[in-house]
Design a protein around this ligand. Structure first.
Ligand code: SF4
Ligand code: SF4
Length: 441
């Protein structure tokens, strides 16, 4: 694509980066076919190519964002299916991240939208605040029907609908500690405790730490870790996202200095995609660029780390049929497609893949709150495809997808690591029926 930026505009490194990306796009439109919002809405401006034109026009003319561009960029899930499909290697992720930051700096949203976003950014990344908010959500639940009728309050209704009626007690697994590996030491890793996941389902990291330590891997939960910054990054709140990134880089660098790390393990693929991008996000910060690149190189999804390990024979052979839902951040963001399925099959599960596996479930960070109508359409389509597999359990590697799919599916939705931990001697994941299990051989 031909671009017309001035030398003065290109002096801004963010603009220069976006210009490089724009020049790679050849307008072929292959990406439109796999874009969930184009597939759902059928509007070119809600396709990757349409959004690329809108962003180009906004940046090239150096103008503030307007209502039209905000509407179409807000509808983008950042699912990155377009990056998997694009034959020209267009880095849509970095382009849309730049556009979102530009929108945040130049566009004044309507009051309720501003308040909703400010509240999400204040609550979600902090486990204590999120836990308190979930407890309060019970009081608002009777109002869901009323709130849904008022278009501007739909996000509040969506939030209340997604809030689980009960939350597990806080788990010590989120506290700083060193969990020693059993037997011969096979490695030393840090694990991200994160934010929302540690409140909604701490058993995910409990399963990861339990399995890793049984395999002889020492697991460090470093002091000072926090939210990876993805939730606010996708809202264009760059300063808050970069502050989170720096805080985590500092925490992991201390862990590296205190005994080395073979990997930084992440059990939520949405976080994994962002942490693997820390090197890019902090490239212009001389104090952090090198350290952030080092951290990104160490970041690994739990299945990516487990795949090359020599795992023992499973202690149970469940024979349960599992539908594997590959989160967008897993398959498109991190290009991890093979490992989770292979690990599940090796552990004795019969793995089935739903149709249209490339399409997002509509979770996408805060998307299911901010764009509840499109999100619900995508969720229902996803659940229909999952249920058509005839599976007894859904496995996936991202807490956002678990919450989203579980809000409509009739079958249990479980993190992949919980199934693996169970197959190798850990506890049966909560919500999985004993009935569906085949007795050990
Ligand atoms: S990130 Fe997803 S929703 Fe956004 S343009 Fe690409 S394919 Fe479409
Ligand atoms: S597939 Fe790639 S090159 Fe083709 S229109 Fe989409 S982003 Fe541009």
């Amino acid at each position: 694509m031909q671009t017309n930026f001035s030398a003065a505009q290109l002096a801004d490194p963010h603009v220069a980066e976006s210009e490089k990306i724009l020049r790679k796009c050849v307008h072929c439109g292959f990406c439109t076919a796999t874009c969930p919002t184009y597939v759902t809405l059928g509007n070119e401006l809600d396709s990757p190519r349409g959004r690329i034109y809108l962003i180009k026009d906004m940046l090239e003319n150096g103008r503030p964002a307007d209502k039209e561009i905000v509407t179409h960029i807000d509808r983008c899930l950042s699912c990155l299916a377009c990056m998997t499909t694009c034959p020209s290697g267009v880095n849509y992720m970095h382009l849309v991240d730049h556009a979102r930051a530009h929108i945040e700096q130049t566009y004044r949203r309507p009051l309720l939208d501003r308040l909703t976003r400010a509240m999400l950014a204040f609550v979600l990344p902090y486990p204590g605040r999120f836990r308190a908010a979930l407890k309060l959500a019970g009081l608002g639940r009777p109002l869901i029907g009323l709130l849904e009728k008022l278009p501007t309050l739909k996000p509040v209704a969506a939030m209340l609908k997604l809030a689980p009626s009960s939350i597990p007690p806080a788990s010590p697994i989120a506290s700083p500690a060193v969990h020693g590996g059993q037997g011969t030491k096979r490695g030393r890793v840090a694990i991200l405790t994160g934010c929302a996941q540690s409140v909604l389902d701490p058993a995910i990291n409990e399963a990861a730490v339990s399995l890793l330590t049984r395999l002889g891997v020492e697991v460090v939960v470093p002091e000072g870790e926090g939210c990876c910054g993805a939730l606010v990054h996708h809202m264009g709140r760059e300063d808050q996202a970069l502050a989170s990134a720096r805080q985590n880089v500092d925490a992991w660098m201390r862990a590296i200095d205190q005994g080395g790390l073979d990997a930084i393990i992440i059990t939520a693929s949405g976080c994994g995609t962002t942490i693997k991008d820390y090197g890019f996000m902090l490239r212009l910060d001389p104090a952090y660029a090198e350290k952030a690149a080092r951290v990104s190189a160490l970041a690994k999804d739990i299945t990516e780390y487990l795949a090359p390990l020599d795992l023992p024979e499973p202690v149970r052979k469940p024979g349960t049929i599992v539908a594997y839902h590959s989160a967008c951040s897993m398959q498109h963001g991190q290009k991890i497609t093979r490992q989770p399925k292979e690990l599940l099959a090796k552990a004795g599960f019969i793995v089935r893949e739903p149709r249209e596996g490339h399409l997002c479930c509509g979770s996408a960070g805060t998307y299911n709150i901010l764009q509840p109508d499109i999100s619900a359409k995508l969720r229902n389509r996803k659940v229909k495809n999952i249920e058509a597999t005839g599976a007894e359990i859904v496995a996936t590697g991202n807490i956002g997808c678990i919450t989203q799919i579980a809000s409509a599916a009739k079958l249990p939705v479980v993190h992949t690591i919980k199934l693996l931990d169970w197959a190798y001697g850990g506890p049966k994941p909560e919500g999985v029926s004993e009935k569906s299990l085949v007795a050990p051989e």
